[in-house]
Design a protein around this ligand. Structure first.
Ligand code: PXL
Length: 470
């Protein structure tokens, strides 16, 4: 298969979280070929920045020249550009070779140090913005380039983010290059407590009629004290690669946002105060995700299993061996429902997306750390009877009406109460805990297992009994 070419024009980061290194790592995730032109060498770690050396202009030009003369590169991104002269020469080559490019207008590093000489911003605006296909400022950069103060009182105003995006779009004026569409994406607004928002403004020229619209990406803020190093680079590289692959701007934006969110689930601490995106799961996390997948594949191929899906819907929660919180538990986002008679996942398999079943397995692990999986099912009375008569299963009933009122009001403590009570009564965590429900609470069966293989054996047996029951 022919390789898709992408080019990053940026500074190097020896700590590998941002800059050229982050771009190459991201490009490789998209399986595009990562050409790279170095604009500066920086001296930094993930949480400190001590300086940089701008690549002399002749050397910068040699890099651009040799690549563009040899390879038909049509998609690029720019990151750190340390001098006005470098901006000019880069713009010249991108224009000359009619490249579709994304500008990440970084002039200040994530720790607040300048990455470019004074005046670089106006050079970016004058020579690089006009022909850009996408510009991806963060909030501060958007404020700077638009001249609009986006933060009103405590939180950022989404309406003002939209205004700033319109203002920046008005700087993308060069019609020489035929983009079918252009966009400005303002990243990292904080519209309310614990929320992060990206606003994309798309200007679509399909069929010559200009159509402008906004997309809004609202996300939960992660409980991390420090900035994560290199996020802007990863996002704009994902955008460039997605654009090169499908040549559709709306798709590229959605795809890059999705890629970013998935990887943001997987932040890694590389020193005391520094976090980076590893862009991949550790073998341990991959194994957990695979276990959810294995169980889901088994369930979703069984029409019969639909009879075991309760009103609240089923989820499969699989925990890391030493899970501490729900972020260490993988499950199916949106749970498993029934579509065309078959069990069907509503969303993707991810860490941190289950509440109820995650709490259940986390509490269970406090009593028996060998257990890692729980799956909730509908309570079927005569099925329970059959399972009780099979010595393969240890099975226990919990009477929810015995729950103290102050606990039943809080779902979180309910899960803890159920598991604790059962453990006190039986001295062990059984294979199945079931209850007959109570007013407003559906009766449920919860199946526990150490690993996917064991869970599938249990489900198979349960399905066999289900066949024989009414
Ligand atoms: O994240 C912005 C950025 C881009 N490029 C390089 C950097 C930084 C931040 O420090 O060092 C090379």
């Amino acid at each position: 298969m022919e390789k898709i070419f992408c080019l990053t024009i940026a500074g190097t980061d020896p700590s590998c979280g941002a800059g050229i290194q982050a771009d190459i790592r991201t490009f490789e995730k998209f399986e595009v070929y990562p050409f790279s032109v170095i604009t500066a060498v920086t001296y930094q770690t993930a949480d400190s920045f001590s300086g940089y050396f701008p690549i002399p202009i002749e050397s910068l030009e040699e890099q651009l020249k040799i690549l563009f003369e040899k390879y038909p590169i049509k998609y690029a991104k720019t990151g750190m550009i340390p001098t006005k002269a470098s901006v000019k020469i880069i713009a010249e080559y991108l224009d000359k070779y009619q490249v579709h490019y994304v500008v990440d207008p970084v002039t200040v590093s994530s720790v607040g140090v300048r990455l470019a000489e004074e005046g670089t911003e106006s050079e970016l605006k004058k020579t690089l913005f006009p022909s850009a296909q996408i510009i991806t400022p963060n909030l501060k950069e958007a404020e700077y380039f638009s001249g609009i103060n986006i933060k009103t009182q405590e939180f950022d105003d989404i309406e003002l983010m939209r205004k700033a995006a319109l203002e920046i779009l008005s700087m993308m004026t060069n019609e020489k290059i035929e983009h079918k569409s252009k966009a400005v994406i303002i990243k990292g607004g904080n519209p309310e407590k614990n929320k992060i928002v990206d606003i994309a403004l798309i200007s679509d020229f399909e069929s010559k009629k200009k159509k402008q619209y906004f997309l809004k990406f609202l996300k939960d803020q992660k409980p991390i004290e420090q900035n994560v190093h290199g996020t802007g680079c990863v996002f704009s590289a994902a955008l460039t690669a997605s654009l090169a692959i499908k040549k559709d701007l709306n798709f590229a934006i959605q795809n890059a946002e999705e890629f970013f969110d998935e990887n943001f689930e997987n932040i890694t601490k590389i020193s005391d105060r520094a976090y980076i995106l590893t862009l991949d799961y550790s073998p341990e996390k991959k194994a957990v995700l695979n276990q959810v997948k294995e169980i889901y594949n088994f369930i979703s191929s069984s029409k019969k299993f639909s009879r075991l899906i309760p009103e609240v819907r089923t989820n499969i929660s699989v925990s890391l061996p030493n899970a501490q919180s729900k972020i260490d538990v993988a499950a199916i986002e949106g749970r498993i429902s029934i579509i065309n008679g078959y069990p069907k996942a509503i969303g993707k398999i991810k860490f941190g997306v289950s509440d109820h079943t995650a709490r259940l397995i986390l509490t269970t692990k406090k009593f028996d750390n060998s257990l890692n999986i729980v799956l909730n099912m509908k309570y079927v009375p005569d099925l329970i009877q059959k399972l009780e008569n099979d010595s393969f299963f240890k099975i226990a009933e919990i009477d929810r009406s015995k729950q103290p009122e102050n606990i039943s009001l809080k779902e979180e403590s309910t899960m803890q109460w159920i598991v604790k009570k059962i453990f006190e009564q039986h001295g062990t965590i059984p294979d199945i805990i079931w209850d007959k429900g109570e007013i407003g609470k559906e009766p449920i069966m919860r199946v526990f297992a150490k690993n996917a293989e064991e869970m599938i054996i249990k489900i198979e047996k349960i399905l066999n009994y289900l066949e024989k029951s009414n």
